[in-house]
Design a protein around this ligand. Structure first.
Ligand SMILES: [Zn+2]
Length: 76
């Protein structure tokens, strides 16, 4: 962690990859590689609202719950 020159090289060479895990992007889930990473990103996005207590990525079930809660809010 913290090696800026390495990071720079990677950045330059980088093809478009998943914004979460860096795997090759899948068109269907752009800009992510899978539905899972898309959900993780959504969870991070909602993080400001829900204040997750740890730095770890919450589990999928938890995130799907959040996503559902958001949709229900929208419908009102
Ligand atoms: Zn991914």
């Amino acid at each position: 962690m913290g090696d800026i020159s390495t990071f720079d090289k990677k950045k330059r060479k980088r093809k478009a990859g998943c914004a979460i895990c860096g795997k090759p992007m899948v068109t269907e889930f752009r800009p992510f590689c899978s539905d899972r990473c898309k959900t993780i990103d959504l969870g991070r996005w909602l993080g400001g609202d829900y204040r997750l207590q740890s730095n770890e990525v919450p589990d999928e079930a938890e995130l799907l719950d959040l996503a559902r809660a958001m949709e229900e809010r929208k419908e009102r």
